[in-house]
Design a protein around this ligand. Structure first.
Ligand code: PNS
Length: 162
């Protein structure tokens, strides 16, 4: 049986840290489904379509990484996709409390799905979508922290507002 893991997130936008976690996930699972939260109530910089495009481009060389979207409960999506685990990246200690809450709530909602945490490479410990967006907004060079397509899209997005 194929071991499938869901790697959920906002991915607004995907960073090299996310790419690193998904690649590491492939060492444990046969298939990773990178699942974008498409909750319309949340304020995202990029549309779902843009986020799908960026993720698909970032993982085009990985046939075992699939890109999907979900709204509603993550555990329901995980069950629908026959996945045995939810994969999350852990950076610094500051991530811990939120991740702990999320994992415990998900376990309460569905005991069959396990949460697996993987540590990012040291290079990406301080990389987050929000800090990247802020730097890009004020013209900072974020090349090397995000896949090339994300760098281009951020440049375009903020050209109009600067
Ligand atoms: O990258 P993010 O924004 O930290 O990802 C958060 C995400 C998408 C994993 C989380 O918000 C989520 O799973 N949302 C879906 C609703 C849900 O199931 N929440 C957890 C139990 S209340």
């Amino acid at each position: 049986m194929q071991k499938i893991a869901i790697y959920p997130g906002s991915f607004d936008p995907v960073t090299n840290g996310h790419v690193d976690i998904a690649q590491r996930g492939l060492r444990l699972f046969d298939k990773i489904i990178v699942a974008i939260l498409s909750n319309p109530g949340k304020d995202f910089l990029f549309t779902v379509e843009e986020r799908i495009e960026m993720l698909e481009s970032s993982f085009e060389e990985y046939p075992n990484i699939e890109v999907g979207t979900f709204d509603g409960l993550l555990v329901d999506y995980a069950a629908k996709k026959d996945s045995i685990a939810i994969l999350r990246g852990m950076r610094a200690v500051s991530d811990f409390e939120y991740e702990f809450q999320l994992a415990l709530m998900n376990r309460k909602l569905n005991r069959e799905v396990q949460t697996v945490f993987l540590m990012t490479s040291l290079r990406w410990i301080f990389t987050s979508s929000s800090i990247i967006k802020e730097a890009a907004q004020f013209g900072g060079d974020i090349k090397g922290m995000v896949p090339p397509i994300v760098n281009e899209k951020l440049k375009k997005k903020f050209k109009r507002t600067r």
